[in-house]
Design a protein around this ligand. Sequence first.
Ligand code: MF3
Ligand code: CO
Ligand code: CO
Length: 251
Amino acid sequence: MTHSPLKMMRRAGRAAAATRDAACALVKPGVTTQAIDDLVRADTHSRGGRCAQHGYRVGGVPFPANVCTSVNTVVCHGVPSSDVVLEDGDIVNIDVTTELGGWHGDTSRTVCVGTPSPEALHLVEATRRALTLGIAQVRPGVPLSRIGEVIEVFARSQGCTVVRAFGGHGIGRRMHQAPHVHHHATGRPWPVLQPGMFFTIEPMLCLGRSEVQVLDDGWTVVTADGSLSAQFEHTVAVTRDGVEVMTLPVF
Ligand code: MF3
Ligand code: CO
Ligand code: CO
């Protein structure tokens, strides 16, 4: 029995979303990002999935963990560690990629630890809304570049900047495939969206400048100016009528 790509992507997406939310529910002051990694590993396996980020490489060092945990000034690809203890006022992005049945779901949320500062809360909410706005653009016939255009304009209106060095990506049988999804305006209105395309939208917004640096571990991406950064990510499908989000919360 074979299933359609849409059915397989729904399965992988739902599993990733469930694991993401289980991990986010663990967050409170005193929890280590290693504990989040342990939960993600067990929860992913309990759903019949595999942590697709584990051992993933783009040429350099294989990613050494099961989930990305990016705290405060870490933009993305933070490496879980028993040395990183979450503290009241921190913000942490939890980015889960599950492979299930040969297909991938990729999703993240940023959550506040304890009570956030007003600035941190503003950044997190602006980033969440930027993703929602991006998703709202998706339907057949629309240029992919529309997503970045609306996200960039919205981010600016909120006094935030958009990271340009990383973007969303096509996804399916592989975690990362074409096309690249910019979260800023590019002036290149292609490709045009068509039913059957799967990709992620995953804006990273900052309170300061948008330039980033990669640390010596080969993975951890931080803001160059030490400003706070947040991210939200969903995997979406272009459908005949518009868009379907593969990684919504599962109730
Ligand atoms: N989940 C990340 C993304 O959204 C990819 C992380 S790759 C890793 O594209 F190796 F760092 F895990
Ligand atoms: Co992604
Ligand atoms: Co991701």
